[in-house]
Unconditional design. Sequence first.
Length: 194
Amino acid sequence: MLVRQYRQSDRVWAEPFLQNAFGGPLQARHGDLLDVLALPGFVAERDGRPVGLVTYRLENDECELAFIAALERHAGVGTALLDALLRAVAGCERIWLVTTNDNLEALRFYQRRGFVLSALRPGALDAAREQLKAQISTVGEFGIPLRDELRRGRSFRRQWRRPETPRTAALPKWAEPAIAQTKPHSRRHRPGSL
């Protein structure tokens, strides 16, 4: 996979993709509409075709990750784009982004990469739907009502490293005696019972 700078000529494929998957390049967040394709960014390509896009905005000593999407999910595209962005804006004090309450995949992705919740804006999408972008759906992923904005951030001061084994973790020493003393559940399973 190759990650390169986003060019305005990429708008030819990116705009239809955003229109179809995200309601267009104008994205609502913090009570404003932002044309995420008018910003700098990076494109991930595989075999000469685009498979992902990230755009960002610099303001003072902070970077806003304005948009990220992978056309191939769970294939390392988002990670490659985020890594390229983090290298490009490493001089910033902080990087932040806004996601929605229904976007469980994003919550997983960002938490595993050191982003923490820094603000919750309850009802922000209800307001954006009324005032900025009527086509914002009322129901999001997994049938979850689409209502709130979650701001997540990560400081560049604190060094973060990707976990070596993200699926397993050792128990803290204080928990080991409690776990060792627990008894297995004694109820026998019978067919047809829970």
